[in-house]
Write a protein that binds this ligand. Structure first.
Ligand SMILES: Nc1ncnc2c1ncn2[C@@H]1O[C@H](COP(=O)(O)OP(=O)(O)OP(=O)(O)O)[C@@H](O)[C@H]1O
Ligand SMILES: [Mg+2]
Length: 485
C-alpha cells in the first residue's frame, strides 16, 4: 500500500508542479534528507519566496520564513507528510482541507492539496462535501483503509502536530538569529531600574550580555544573583522563530515548549481565505515566540542533557539547552545539582567553546545541534571549591555579586518599604544597621524584603497597620535569624 501511495504521490506532484524534480518517498520514507537535498530544499524555498509579490501583511508574521512551495522543499518525504495528515484525521471526525493544512503548518496549494488528492486516489480518505467550489473548503474523512494506515503510523510515532522542520533548516535559522545583540547602556539601566545596583555592575553586564557567550555569577546568598540574571532577559527582549518540531533520521524531536516559548500575539486569520493566504505565504511550522529564558536548578542530571525519548509516544522531547537556543539558559544554584560540576564541565566543554552540542538517538546515532545561547551560571558556593581554572577560563565573564554596601542596603530598604506600603522611618533604620554591626551579621540584599514581610505578617495577625519600630525589628530579627551557641 505504501508503494502504491508513493507512486500516486509522485505522479500527483509531477502533475502539480512541472518544475519539481519529484518527492522523497518509498525507500526514503521518514529518512532525513541528504545535506545536498536539505540545502537545495531550504534555499529553493527562500529564493522562490523572495520572488513572491510582497502583499501587505502583519509585521509579526513577516518574521516567519517563507512557505515551502512544494513537498520537496519541506525537506520531508511525501509519505511522512501523508501519514501525518492521516494521524490528524484519525483524531477528528472530519477536517476541511485548509484545516488540515493549518494543522500541519504547510500551504494548501503545492503541499497539502497534492497529498490529499493522492490519499483520495489511494482510497485512504474521502471527500464529504464543501461549502464552495474552492477545494480548500472541502471536508475530508478517513476511510477504513485510511484508519488502518493511521494506526500503523501512530504505532511508529504518536507525534501529531505541525510538521517538523529539517535539522538543516533549524540549524540555519538558529545561526541566522544568533547575531550578537547590540546592547546600549540605557537599555541595561532601564532593565535594572527596579534593583539597586552599582554603575560598575551595569558596565560589566552590558558587554557580557552582548557577547552572547557565558557568564559566571558568584557571591554570598541573597544578594540578587538570580534577580540580576533574570533581568538579562529584559535587556535582550526580541522575538525568535522556533519550530514546533525538528526531524532527524526519521525521528521527531518536539522542541516548541509553551512554558519557555511564550507566543507573540499575532492576528490569527479567521476566514478560510485569510488562512489560505497566510499558509501560502509563511512557513507555519515555525512559531514566533519571545526570546526563551530557561532556568534549571537542582533537577539537572546528566540524562536530562540529552534527548528525552518517550517510549509510549515514540518521539523525543528536546533537552532544555536546545529549547534555550537563541535565548538565555540560567543554571541556577550551580553546584547544588545531582550532577557534579566537573561532569557538567566535561559534557559542555566543547559546546561552550564551539557553539555546537551532540545529542544521541536511542538507536545510538549521534548528531550535531546548535548550542547558541547565553549561558549564565549562578552560585553562592566558593568558585574555588566548584570548578577548576580550566572551566573558569571557558566561562567568558565572571561577575561577583557581593554583599550590599550600607548605602545600597538603605536604598533597597527604602524601595521595599515603598513597594509594600510601609512608611520609612530613619531612627528604625539606624537601629537596624547598629544591630548588624553589634551582632557581626552581614547585611544581604534580600533582608529588607524578608524582615519587612515578617513585620507585615505580625501586623496582620494583630489587626494593625504595618509600621517600623525598633521593637518590631527585634521581633522580625529573632524569627528570621538562627542564633545557636
Ligand atoms: N540589588 C538588589 N536590589 C533590590 N533588591 C534586591 C537586590 N538584590 C536582591 N534583592 C532582593 O533579594 C531577593 C533575593 O535575591 P536573589 O534570589 O536574586 O538572590 P541570590 O543571590 O540569587 O540568592 P541565592 O544565592 O540564595 O540563590 C530578591 O527577590 C530581591 O527582593
Ligand atoms: Mg539565586
Amino acid at each position: 500500500m505504501v508503494d502504491k501511495l508513493d507512486e500516486l504521490l509522485r505522479r500527483q506532484v509531477r502533475r502539480g508542479d512541472a518544475e519539481s524534480s519529484g518527492v522523497q518517498g518509498g525507500a526514503d520514507a521518514g529518512r532525513a534528507p541528504t545535506p545536498a537535498a536539505q540545502s537545495s530544499g531550504f534555499q529553493t524555498g527562500l529564493s522562490k519566496a523572495r520572488q513572491a509579490p510582497q502583499e501587505p501583511h502583519s509585521p509579526l508574521s513577516g518574521q516567519l520564513p517563507p512557505a515551502p512551495r512544494d513537498i520537496e522543499s519541506t525537506g520531508l518525504s511525501a509519505t511522512y507528510l501523508a501519514d501525518l495528515i492521516l494521524k490528524h484525521l484519525y483524531f477528528e471526525n472530519e477536517l476541511k482541507s485548509i484545516e488540515i493544512a493549518d494543522r500541519i503548518g504547510l500551504p494548501f496549494g503545492g503541499v497539502t492539496e497534492p497529498l490529499l488528492t493522492a490519499l483520495k486516489a489511494d482510497r485512504s480518505v474521502e471527500i464529504r462535501g464543501g461549502e464552495s467550489t474552492m477545494s480548500y473548503s472541502w471536508r475530508y474523512v478517513l476511510t477504513g483503509r485510511g484508519a488502518e494506515r493511521a494506526k500503523d503510523a501512530l504505532a511508529r510515532s504518536f507525534y501529531v502536530g505541525k510538521a517538523p522542520v529539517s535539522m538543516y533548516d533549524y540549524y540555519t535559522m538558529v545561526a541566522a538569529q544568533a547575531v550578537q545583540p547590540e546592547v546600549s547602556v540605557d537599555q541595561v539601566r532601564q532593565a535594572y531600574s527596579d534593583l539597586i545596583v552599582t554603575e560598575d555592575l551595569l558596565k560589566k553586564i552590558g558587554p557580557a550580555v552582548s557577547s552572547n557567550k557565558s557568564i559566571f555569577m558568584y557571591g554570598p546568598p541573597g544578594n540578587g544573583k538570580t534577580s540580576i540574571a533574570e533581568r538579562i532577559f529584559r535587556v535582550l527582549g526580541g522575538t525568535l522563530c522556533i519550530p514546533h518540531a525538528v526531524e532527524v533520521d526519521g525521528h521527531v524531536i518536539k522542541l516548541y515548549d509553551p512554558f519557555y516559548h511564550l507566543p507573540v500575539q499575532d492576528d490569527e486569520p479567521q476566514s478560510l481565505e485569510a488562512r489560505d493566504r497566510k499558509l501560502s505565504r509563511y512557513d507555519c511550522r515555525w512559531n514566533l515566540s519571545r526570546r526563551p529564558f530557561v532556568v534549571v536548578g537542582g533537577e539537572l542530571t546528566l540524562e536530562t542533557l540529552d534527548l528525552i525519548w518517550n517510549d509510549s509516544a515514540r518521539y523525543y522531547e528536546a533537552p532544555f539547552q536546545l529549547k534555550s537556543n537563541g535565548g538565555i539558559l540560567l543554571i541556577d544554584d550551580f553546584g547544588r545539582q545531582v550532577i557534579k560540576p566537573q561532569d557538567l564541565l566535561n559534557r559542555w566543554i566543547v559546546p561552550l567553546e564551539k557553539g555546537v552540542d551532540y545529542l544521541t538517538l536511542h538507536t545510538g546515532k549521534k548528531f550535531e545541534v546548535p548550542f547558541r545561547q547565553l549561558v549564565v551560571f549562578s552560585t553562592n558556593l566558593n568558585p574555588a571549591d566548584l570548578v577548576d581554572e580550566a572551566f573558569l577560563r571557558r566561562l567568558r565573564y565572571k561577575i561577583e555579586i557581593p554583599n550590599p554596601t550600607p548605602e545600597q542596603f538603605v536604598g533597597i530598604f527604602h524601595t521595599v518599604c515603598r513597594n509594600k506600603g510601609i512608611a520609612y522611618d530613619e531612627p528604625t533604620m539606624v537601629y537596624l544597621m547598629q544591630k548588624y554591626d553589634q551582632l557581626n551579621v552581614d547585611p544581604r540584599s534580600c533582608h529588607p524584603r524578608d524582615l519587612l514581610d515578617i513585620i507585615i505578617d505580625e501586623a496582620r495577625f494583630r489587626g494593625e497597620r504595618a509600621q517600623l519600630s525598633p521593637a518590631l525589628i527585634d521581633l522580625a530579627w529573632s524569627s528570621y535569624f538562627v542564633t545557636y551557641k
